[in-house]
Structures are given as structure tokens and as C-alpha cells.
Design a protein around this ligand. Structure first.
Ligand SMILES: Cc1cc2nc3c(=O)[nH]c(=O)nc-3n(C[C@H](O)[C@H](O)[C@H](O)COP(=O)(O)OP(=O)(O)OC[C@H]3O[C@@H](n4cnc5c(N)ncnc54)[C@H](O)[C@@H]3O)c2cc1C
Length: 536
């Protein structure tokens, strides 16, 4: 049986591997000229820049993918085997498992992040309870007791939300209603920031223990506290890096997919998902439709027994499927979806001679305002004078990513998406100015002294890139925003309600964004397909 996957993001590749292991003949059709989607790689003058994801968590999800073989899908095995449940975290050497190591070398990072506050002080988050307590004590001793309670309550949320329900495909409302009392008992439905504020009086600590959802497009003031699980996911299995960059992981996934017999076609944008009536022939206006294949921008059609979209939810339905065949995912419904924030990401290379960098691999640089800045980005959708950064300096771990004597880095600034007031921002004008300001800030505040003189490469992406290159509605960087009303049952489903044999995988869909979730999404979608085709 033949399957077509639209898009070679982490979700498309992970599902491709799973469908090959289930016995399908899978073709991935990708618009860009290489794989990875948000995890695309830019190579310029000896510099290698991962354009998107850099923080690898839950290495066992990756190991699971690399362990699959044709005819061995392991979909009936426990999602969290015993050694994973025990949380055996590798803290030195190579942290990818033996199957992973045949494709890519994954190493643990310590600390996970250095979080800088606007007064120049910082918090090194490394998941070590003793070190964490020491740092809390130095900032606000009276918050130590609150940390113990936060730890216990966030752990309970992680155990239920991630280990227990993580792989649940919420397709029907009663499934969701059944877990609501428990989520209420865990206090997991209030916003993460207000959850964190219950335990910490100190503003710095409230920020340290609530910023993480920003890495997957969530507003700490709006995501439900169930996202406190991210803190625990990192603490339990660590934060890791793929030597050679995330692109090396993507290349490993492509290799595995092709070894299992899958095919990838680049420069192949899908312009239509083709449907017929159940008995074949031209689709009529009424009744259910069946996905039969795709039409490419060059006019070619590819037929298959099932079609999966790894693309953005809103664009997939609005642009690829005729509105006459969408009774559920209508344009009106999709326009009510709150899209996640967007990003300005500046990729830069600089001379390292005589420079002593006091940075870590992952640096969160918080600006003077937190709640108000989040409101500017997510609610008011305006660009403010101040900003926060995530600064990535991978050459501190892997110098091969830059020519000798140089560093490669990126700095990421959250910005509004292109809805509401955000639609009025002209990124062709504002982008270059903001990119320069971001680099000047790193120079003037001493994070990278003399950066502007040392610079040998600078380029950037803005909401325009997400919209035009990645086909993301309103330039969103992470799909629909993760918030209570767009979580679990309320997040787009992985089996289309409108079209039979059309499935969906990736950050837009359940369970959500971020590489581990997207790998979970692939497993959930593979299970739905296996069930529908009588394999499970
Ligand atoms: C800057 C940035 C940093 C991030 N950092 C992290 C991190 O550190 N850790 C982490 O876990 N997550 C991180 N994330 C989130 C993570 O990158 C994403 O959640 C994940 O990579 C999304 O994968 P995906 O499979 O949903 O698809 P995508 O990566 O969105 O890929 C979808 C693919 O579909 C293709 N496509 C779309 N439409 C069509 C069409 N019509 N025809 C053909 N092809 C099409 C696109 O070209 C693209 O290649 C980050 C995201 C960004 C943007």
C-alpha cells in the first residue's frame, strides 16, 4: 500500500520511518530543497547554522525511531519502557542509545540553560536538585520551601500528563471530559505563570520556572500548568545536543527512512490534496470524501492509499482542500484559531581570537519586563523597544560548526505573528533594524564583547519566512498556540474529521509542538493508520 506524506519536518520523517516499518511504501514530498522544515540547515562560508530546534530532550524517542525495521513497528510495546520510567539520565559521554549512535552522536549538555536576568545575574538550570536549591537560596531563601512544593506538584503533573496521557489521541469530547476532574485536582488547568506564582514570591524565580513553554510557542501567561511537565521532562532525561547540529539528526532520520525503502522528493510543493467519493470518480458536494493523492505545483499528480499532511494546520485545510469538502475544518473555524507567536532569528558568525566568552551553549537573556513583554507579543501584537533573547552558541560544544578561530551562533527574539496589529508590521523594513539591534545589544551588554567588529556573517529570518517558505498561516512559528482551548481534544486532530484516509502529523496537531511532542504525534498518527488499515 502506498502512502504520501506532505512535508519532511521532524514529524513527517518520524512518521515516514514508522509507516515504512508498518509495511507501507511511503513517499515524502517536500516543498523546500532539503529536509527538516523548521529544522532546516543553512550553510554559509564554512558556518553551519541550525535554523530552528537546538534543544534535544527525551533521547529515548529518537532511539526508538532508529530501532525500527521493516516489519518491526513495535507499536504494541510500552511507550515508556521500564528503564525509561526509572529516568536513567546520561550526564556525560554519549547520551544517544546504540541504535541512535549508528546515525548521529548525541551528547548531554550541562547546564541545560543559563538564564540571565536584566541586572546581569544568572541562574544555571541543570536539573540537579542540590545545585538548584543552592541557587534559589542565593536569590530568595524564603522561596526554598515553595520550590519543594512546586517540585512535588509539577512531578505529579508530569507523571499523569506526560507519562500517563502523553500518547492519548483525544478524538471525542467524552475522552476529554473524563480527565478534567483529575487535571483540576492537579491544578493543571490554571495558567503556568499563576501556578508558578503560587510557589515563588521572587520575580526572578517565577520567570525561571515558567519560561520553558516559550521554546514551543506557548505564552507562560496563557498555557495551562500542565506545561509544567516540560520542566520535569528536562530534569528527568536531560538536555542534549546532536554533534554536527540538529541537522545531523535530520540527516540520520532521512538515512533511516531511505534504508527502510522510503522515497523523498524535494522541490515538490503540494498544491491540492485530491479526493474522490468513496466509490471513486468525481467527488460530489455531499457525503464523505476519501483522500486519493496529491497534486504538485508542476501539475504532476501522485496517487496513494492514504495522505498525511505534516504542514501547518490552517494552511493544510484552507489551501490544500476545497472548502466544499470541509464541514468541520471550515475557514470560519480556522480563522478563530489563535496562532502561536512568530520569531526573528539572527544567524551570525564571528571571530573568536582573544575572546573569552562567559556564555553557555543555551542562554536565555530576559529583558527588564516579563509579563508586559509577553502581553505585547501575544495580546497587543506590537513590537516593543525591549526584548528577550534565546542565544544559541553551539560552537562551545562542537567547534566544527564554524571555520577555525570562529564561533557560529543564533539569537532568537519572540515577536508577534501576522494577525491583528501584527499584520501591520512591515518586516522588510523592521527586520533588518531589529536584527542589528539584537546584535548590538549582545555586544553592548557584554554578552559577546566587540561582536559588531568581530562579525563575519549575519542573516536573519522573520515572520515572512515562516509564512512564505514554510507555508505557516500568519507567519506562526509553532502552529496553533498551545493554550487550554487548543490543547488535547481542542487541538487539531491527527485523523481528519472531514476526509477519510487523510491524517495529520506535527507541531500543529496533538499532542503539540517541540521535537519530542512531534515524535509522539508521529507515533499516535501511525497507530491510527495501523488501526484503520487493520494492521494493529
Ligand atoms: C527557531 C525555532 C527554534 C526551536 N527550538 C526548538 C528546540 O530547541 N527544541 C524543540 O524540541 N523544538 C524547538 N522548536 C520547535 C520545533 O522545531 C518544531 O515543533 C518541529 O520542528 C516542527 O516539526 P513538524 O514536523 O511539525 O514540521 P515542520 O518543521 O514545520 O515541517 C513541515 C514541512 O512541511 C513542508 N510543507 C509545508 N507545506 C507543504 C506543501 N504544500 N508541499 C510540500 N511541503 C510542504 C515545509 O516546507 C516543511 O518542511 C523550535 C522552532 C523554531 C521555529
Amino acid at each position: 500500500m502506498k502512502a504520501i506524506i506532505i512535508g519532511s519536518g521532524v514529524g513527517g520523517l518520524s512518521l515516514g520511518i514508522r509507516l515504512q516499518s508498518l509495511g507501507f511504501d511511503t513517499t515524502i514530498v517536500e516543498k523546500l530543497n532539503g529536509p527538516g522544515g523548521r529544522a532546516f540547515v543553512k550553510k554559509v562560508n564554512g558556518f553551519t547554522f541550525d535554523m530552528g530546534p537546538t534543544v534535544i530532550t527525551v533521547p529515548h524517542f529518537i532511539e526508538e525511531l532508529f530501532s525500527l525495521e521493516r516489519g518491526q513497528h513495535h507499536l504494541d510495546d510500552p511507550d515508556f519502557p521500564e528503564h525509561v520510567r526509572r529516568g536513567e539520565r546520561v550526564t556525560s559521554g554519549v547520551s544517544g542509545g546504540p541504535n541512535t549512535s549508528r546515525y548521529v552522536t548525541i551528547v548531554p549538555l550541562n547546564p541545560f540553560y543559563r538564564i540571565y536576568f536584566d541586572d546581569g545575574t544568572y541562574f544555571d538550570y541543570d536539573g540537579d536538585p542540590v545545585h538548584t536549591r543552592e541557587q534559589i537560596k542565593a536569590i530568595e531563601p524564603t522561596d526554598l520551601e515553595g520550590y519543594e512544593r512546586f517540585h512535588a506538584d509539577a512531578k505529579a503533573i508530569f507523571e499523569r500528563g506526560f507519562m500517563g496521557l502523553g500518547y492519548t489521541h483525544f478524538e471525542h469530547l467524552p475522552q476529554m471530559l473524563a480527565v478534567v476532574p483529575e487535571l483540576l485536582r492537579l491544578d493543571a488547568v490554571r495558567t503556568l505563570f499563576s501556578f508558578t506564582s503560587k510557589y515563588f514570591k521572587n520575580d526572578k524565580l517565577r520567570r525561571v520556572f515558567s519560561f520553558e513553554p516559550l521554546l514551543i510557542g506557548g505564552n507562560p501567561l496563557a498555557v495551562p500548568a500542565i506545561y509544567a511537565m516540560i520542566h520535569f521532562v528536562e530534569k528527568t532525561w536531560g538536555v542534549h545536543f546532536a554533534m554536527g547540529g540538529t541537522g545531523a539528526l535530520i540527516n540520520g532520520l532521512v538515512k533511516k527512512f531511505e534504508e527502510l525503502g522510503g522515497t523523498i522528493r524535494y522541490n515538490s510543493e503540494v498544491t491540492r490534496i485530491l479526493v474522490t467519493d468513496p466509490k471513486g470518480g468525481e467527488p460530489s458536494r455531499f457525503g464523505r470524501k476519501i483522500a486519493r493523492g496529491v497534486q504538485l505545483a508542476n501539475g504532476e499528480t501522485l496517487m496513494a492509499d492514504l495522505v498525511v499532511s505534516n504542514g501547518d494546520y490552517s494552511t493544510t485545510y484552507m489551501k490544500l482542500i476545497d472548502p466544499r469538502y470541509r464541514l468541520f475544518n471550515t475557514d470560519a473555524r480556522i480563522k478563530r484559531v489563535k496562532q502561536s507567536m512568530s520569531l526573528l532569528v539572527v544567524y551570525f558568525g564571528f571571530r573568536a581570537d582573544g575572546l573569552k566568552l562567559d556564555l553557555r551553549h543555551h542562554n536565555i537573556i530576559l529583558g527588564p519586563r516579563y509579563e508586559e513583554l509577553l502581553r505585547d507579543i501575544f495580546d497587543r501584537k506590537v513590537l516593543s523597544e525591549d526584548f528577550s533573547h534565546y542565544l544559541h552558541v553551539p560552537t562551545l560544544t562542537d567547534p566544527s560548526l564554524a571555520p577555525p578561530g570562529h564561533h557560529a551562533a543564533y539569537t532568537l527574539v519572540p515577536v508577534p505573528n501576522k494577525t491583528g496589529e501584527g499584520a501591520k508590521i512591515d518586516w522588510s523594513k523592521v527586520g533588518p533594524e531589529l536584527a542589528d539591534r539584537a546584535l548590538q545589544f549582545l555586544d553592548e551588554r557584554g554578552y559577546i564583547p566587540g561582536l559588531c567588529q568581530r562579525l563575519v556573517h549575519k542573516s536573519f529570518i522573520s515572520p515572512d519566512y515562516f509564512e512564505r517558505a514554510l507555508n505557516s498561516y500568519a507567519g506562526n512559528a509553532f502552529g496553533p498556540e498551545p493554550r487550554l482551548t487548543q490543547t488535547a481534544y481542542f487541538r487539531p486532530h491527527n485523523r481528519s474529521e472531514d476526509i477519510e484516509r487523510l491524517y495529520l502529523v506535527g507541531a500543529s496537531y496533538q499532542p503539540g509542538g517541540g521535537m519530542p511532542s512531534v515524535m509522539m504525534s508521529a507515533k499516535m498518527t501511525a497507530r491510527l493508520i495501523a488501526k484503520d488499515f487493520g494492521i494493529l
